[in-house]
Design a protein around this ligand. Structure first.
Ligand SMILES: Cc1ncc(COP(=O)(O)O)c(C=O)c1O
Length: 366
């Protein structure tokens, strides 16, 4: 990113001068790297956004406003981050469709029976995360997307917690849309991705209007109107000056992740998670949430009797250990699990068993 700002910084797609051509090439190469990383069929299926949240809103406004109506239903799981709940609530107030919420089991896993019961011929869309940011539960998207498609519906997958931690292949999962954020995978903030199947993106109306996303804006003197036509994919959805440097930073992060290898990252985090759970569960007064089997990732939410989650986080912070506390933007999940809030430790591939041992010692002291 420093190199880009020092040597190639210019706007993309609009200049004929050398810097603009360089910046455009670097930006579009970044898109290609993202496409390869998630095995998209076509590079035009990759739209840069500000992050997962903007990607979800994008689908809600662009696809949802134009495809959902009064008698339609959508399915949203109760383990979703607010970014995969609130946009749908907003759009449903405008379009009048019904949102059915899918329950979780007491251990935080998706209630598959409830999912299947609520999926009907009226269901047009299913909104589901790949990995919960509270319990680390991994949803079997490949299996679920098949059922969803059997009903003629489409599925949007929140990949914010999966793309950074495991090999995600959109063609294998058969996801219609997938969203993720750069800052959760060693990239910068303010950059993220919406993957969408080309056939869907082609039918969709733009989310934002302005420069870059148009082919023509012609003024009709007689009618005193502007007639606009849209640019091709993916630029139809990237109005205005994009986060050029952010995309280049994300591509650099992807290069690094590829070098380490996503299978190695997943395996290492599994080892850390198993070690952490096996040792944390022996502590006095601790309650761990989420399944105890292996179908989970390196996110461990817990409470310690007698302390609020913020107290626990502040105590850990005084030893230089950063954990989250509160609802983690997933308040409905906390409600159905009957929890006020939780403390949450999460790991990435740079963490070590020694660090987890130290974390456990600190909790023991508390
Ligand atoms: C599962 C999940 N979805 C969505 C988001 C929202 O991501 P962002 O804030 O980058 O838009 C997060 C971030 O915490 C998350 O963990």
């Amino acid at each position: 990113m420093v190199d880009f700002y020092e040597n190639n910084n210019a706007n993309v797609h609009r200049g004929v001068h050398a810097l603009s051509l360089e910046a455009t090439e670097m930006y579009e190469k970044s898109r290609e790297q993202v496409a390869q990383f998630i095995n998209a069929k076509d590079v035009s299926e990759i739209i840069f956004t500000r992050g997962t949240t903007e990607a979800m809103n994008f689908v809600a406004y662009s696809w949802g406003l134009n495809n959902l109506q009064k008698d339609d239903e959508i399915l949203v799981s109760l383990m979703e981050h607010h970014s995969n709940i609130v946009p749908w609530e907003i759009i449903s107030k405008i379009r009048g469709f019904k949102i059915n919420y899918v329950n979780t089991n007491p251990n935080g896993t998706l209630n598959i029976k409830d999912f299947e019961n609520k999926l009907t011929s009226k269901t047009k869309l299913v909104c589901l995360n790949h990995i919960s940011n509270v319990t680390g539960v991994v949803n079997d998207i490949k299996y679920l997307s098949k059922i969803v498609h059997d009903y003629g519906a489409i599925i949007i997958v929140d990949g914010a917690q999966s793309v950074p931690h495991m090999k995600v292949d959109v063609q294998d999962l058969d996801a219609d849309f997938l969203a993720f954020s750069g800052h959760k995978m060693l990239g910068p903030t303010g950059i993220g991705v919406l993957y969408g199947k080309k056939v869907l993106l082609q039918q969709m109306e733009p989310f934002h209007g302005g420069g870059e996303m148009i082919k023509d804006v012609t003024f009709n003197f007689k009618n005193q109107q502007c007639i606009t036509s849209w640019n091709e994919l993916p630029w139809k959805f990237e109005a205005g000056t994009p986060n050029i440097c952010g995309a280049i930073g994300l591509a650099a992060a992807i290069k690094y992740l590829n070098h380490i290898n996503m299978s190695n990252i997943f395996a290492h985090e599994q080892t850390l998670t198993k070690y952490a759970i096996n040792n944390l569960k022996n502590l006095n007064k601790i309650t761990l949430y989420g399944p105890t089997d292996s179908n989970r990732c390196g996110i461990i939410s817990f409470n310690i009797t007698g302390f609020s989650s913020h107290d626990v986080a502040l105590f850990c912070d005084s030893y230089g250990i950063a954990i989250r506390s509160g609802y983690h933007c997933a308040q409905p999940l906390h409600q159905i699990l009957d929890l006020q809030s939780t403390a949450r430790a999460s790991f990435y591939f740079y963490n070590t068993v020694q660090e987890i041992r130290r974390f456990i010692e600190i909790l023991q002291e508390l």
